[in-house]
Design a protein around this ligand. Structure first.
Ligand SMILES: NC(=[NH2+])NCCC[C@H](N)C(=O)O
Length: 569
């Protein structure tokens, strides 16, 4: 498609060298369509876009372009009703893609366009003393996937877990621990014990209001770096992170930095000073705010009337720190859409501060996950804990594998890959802004659009390749790949590099999920219609090479969305 777009762009400019406002290759690539009826060609270019700049009728333009088209090695062309229809030279098309794949292998689709540019990704960003629940999954996996995608395109990436580790609630928790807590209990039950202390604090505070003051006093001690308070607080943090590490391990996710809110406490002063210097701070009921009424937003609170900073102040400090430390071109905040206003305010304040890099800050927002039709809310008590969900997925996958492949060697390992893959696939299968309803039967359906289905196709390719004889001395006959099924598969593979770039541009890993699913389906169709290993060696070699190509691209695609690809299932 890229080749056709480039050739067409040069054909257009050779026919009308002086015309202005004509589309360039990039736009042409977007305009090229796949006709619903294959008899109309493999691709069609609608000439309507050229009508205005050329002041001519589309059918005439199509005719002129077809007459000027030279590259019959790539495709022959035909003008039909204002469309320029392309009929690929199928064998050449296959040869071209296969050559590229054999050269690039698992780097097929990668690029250098990000060289010298840095992308910071703020994702997962969990809160201390709270359990990892399923709602955190999207942030974690979207961020992890985007990081891999940008890495693949040559960017420098920095993964940041912006921990929620600051706030008066931690004073209350320390206070409750001092009153009622037991060291062994927290050590043993971790976050559950901390949560119970917190709940008890609030219960008792209802009848004993003085408790609130005590909680505040403990927070003040944390702020003042009091050794006892800090030791308990740090320990709570450690326990939480140890818990989270188990989940991150299961998901295969890691971070370059855990600098969270508390890291910025001593870095808010320069931001406040800068806001003051730029005359952006105004007083409102004793608090300091940045007025955003011109932007139709409520004011951004910077300093509360009691003199303390808030979440937003720390986010401003974090943005500055990240720019000064990493010199990012983009800073992505992978956070649920509920924080939409917060980020619009922060980004606007940074713009008002005249930081040119502010426009590189992006809120990558996403919808909610519900579970078997039920919304997840902490209050109703039906929080599905991510770790339980992952463990259940693995044991369910284990059962299915036991039934389907009783003789498989490393069943536990494969069950882990498949179970986790099923959950991750579900999370990254729709546009991120759409809400997700997680259903077991869908996530683990080996025949539907699912992680296991794509993984199974990968394992199928591997199995074909294991059975194939050694074709290393054989020159493949690419004319064996001119049938409709092979061509459909090749076309999807040829689009894969574009899909990765689109996914990066839109911060939308689901486009890659879609692409690997389509490729898996196309391969399976091919597999059922053709006998891959039979017949002439040169032809079999071509079909085996296509299988290898499908395997490679599926594996890369799965990797980019954070899913492993077992070789046997
Ligand atoms: N820089 C940021 N504000 N990142 C997102 C933090 C998310 C926050 N800890 C939460 O769980 O809601």
């Amino acid at each position: 498609m890229t080749t056709i777009a480039t050739l067409l762009a040069s054909t257009i400019s050779s026919v009308w060298p002086d015309a202005e406002g004509l589309p360039v290759a990039d736009e042409i690539r977007g305009l090229l369509a796949v006709p619903p009826d294959p008899a109309m060609g493999d691709y069609a270019f609608p000439c309507f876009r050229l009508a205005k700049p050329l002041r001519s009728a589309p059918p005439k333009i199509a005719e002129a372009l077809c007459a000027a088209w030279k590259n019959e090695d790539t495709a022959s062309v035909q003008p039909v009703n204002g469309y320029m229809n392309f009929f690929l030279n199928r064998a050449n098309f296959a040869a071209g893609i296969m050559a590229e794949l054999q050269e690039k292998k698992d780097r097929f689709g990668s690029g250098e366009e990000g060289k010298g540019k840095t992308v910071c990704l703020d994702y997962s960003s969990i809160n201390i003393a709270k359990r990892f629940h399923i709602g955190h999954l999207s942030s974690t996996m979207l961020g992890h996937s985007l990081k891999r995608i940008f890495d693949f395109l040559g960017y420098e990436t920095v993964g940041i877990n912006h921990l929620g580790d600051w706030g008066t609630q931690f004073g209350k928790m320390v206070c409750a621990y001092k009153k009622w807590g037991k060291k062994e209990d927290v050590e043993e039950r971790g976050i559950d014990a901390m949560t119970e202390l917190y709940v008890r604090f609030h219960k008792e505070a209802e009848t004993n209001p003085a408790l609130e003051d005590e909680g505040r006093a403990w927070f003040k001690k944390i702020e003042d770096n009091d050794p006892e308070a800090m030791e308990i607080f740090r320990w709570f943090k450690e326990v939480t992170l140890k818990d989270a590490a188990r989940v991150y391990d299961k998901l295969g996710v890691s971070f370059d930095s855990y600098a969270g809110e508390s890291f910025y406490i001593d870095k808010t002063e320069p931001v406040i000073q800068a806001l003051r210097d730029k005359n952006l701070l105004t007083e409102s009921q004793g608090a300091q705010v940045v007025d955003l009424s011109e932007d139709n937003m409520p004011p951004c609170l910077i300093i509360k009337s009691d003199g303390t900073t808030i979440y937003a102040t720390r986010d401003l400090a974090a943005a500055l720190y990240r720019q000064n430390t990493y010199h990012f071109d983009k800073c992505l905040y992978v956070v649920a859409y509920q924080q939409d206003l917060h980020f619009r305010q922060i980004f606007r304040v940074l713009e008002k501060m005249d930081y040119p890099w502010a426009k590189g800050c992006v809120h990558v927002s996403f919808g909610m996950i519900s579970f078997e039709g039920e919304a997840l809310s902490t209050r109703k008590g039906n929080v599905v804990l991510l770790e339980d969900l992952l463990d259940q997925a693995v044991s369910k996958a284990r059962e299915i594998i036991e039934e389907k492949s009783p003789n498989l060697e490393n069943k536990d390992e494969v069950a882990r890959q498949v179970g986790i893959g099923a959950v991750v696939y579900t999370d990254l299968s729709n546009n991120r802004i759409k809400d997700i309803d997680f259903r077991w039967d869908r996530a683990l359906n080996f025949d539907g659009e699912s992680g296991p289905y794509v993984q199974y196709t990968h394992a199928r390719c591997c199995s074909v390749l294991r059975k194939a004889p050694d074709f290393s001395g054989v020159t493949p006959d690419w004319s064996a790949l001119t049938d409709d099924e092979a061509q459909a598969l090749l076309r999807l593979i040829s689009r894969f590099p574009d899909v990765i770039r689109e996914a990066a541009a839109k911060y939308e890993p689901s486009m890659i999920t879609r692409a690997v699913t389509d490729i898996a389906q196309a391969y399976n169709k091919y597999y059922y219609e053709h006998r891959i290993l039979d017949g002439e060696p040169a032809q079999a070699a071509a079909r085996v090479a296509l299988t290898d190509a499908a395997k490679t691209v599926i594996k890369t695609g799965l990797y980019l969305i954070g899913i492993e690809a077992p070789e046997r299932m």
